[in-house]
Design a binder for this molecule. Structure first.
Ligand code: CMP
Length: 138
């Protein structure tokens, strides 16, 4: 598998609970490299734009509310098969279904407040990295 890059977001719930360091340690422990990182408080338009594919979903309002309630940490991760590797490390979207050893099993509360986001494929990774790191060479 080739080297890939993916976008990670440590969400407001995990930041509030002081889990930034724990989550970054899990990321590095899985062999993924952190290539770029920013901490920022998303505005409503930024959160709505990022999650535009979900705008017809019933949970969209709740999702935007949650993602704008406090700061997040966005980062570009790089490694062998990074997209699938990070998704495996995150665990299932709903932490009730997440395996032991995953970030969501350890730190997520429910399907809404689920601690982290990771890109779901190469095209999404490119779009999402550019969204937060304009000009970054993907
Ligand atoms: P994420 O991987 O960031 O992508 C979309 C997000 O929508 C997801 O994680 C969850 O935080 C959120 N989400 C998905 N399903 C639901 C749901 N049923 N209720 C509330 N939020 C959801």
């Amino acid at each position: 598998m080739a080297t890939q890059r993916t976008l990670s977001i440590i969400k407001p719930d995990a930041v509030e609970q002081h889990n930034i360091g724990n989550i970054l340690a899990m990321i590095e422990g899985a062999g993924l490299s952190i290539k770029a990182m920013r901490m920022l408080h998303l505005t409503r338009p930024m959160a709505e734009g990022f999650y535009a594919v979900h705008k017809e979903r019933p949970f969209f309002g709740e999702l935007v509310e949650f993602m704008t309630r406090g700061p997040v940490v966005v980062s570009v991760l790089e490694g062998d098969d990074a997209i699938a590797k990070y998704r495996a490390l995150m665990g299932a979207t709903n932490p009730a279904n997440a395996d032991e050893g995953t970030i969501r099993k350890a730190y997520a509360k429910d399907v809404g407040e689920n601690a982290v986001h990771g890109s779901d494929g190469p095209d999404t990774a490119q779009t999402e990295i550019r969204y937060f790191f304009p000009g970054y060479e993907v």
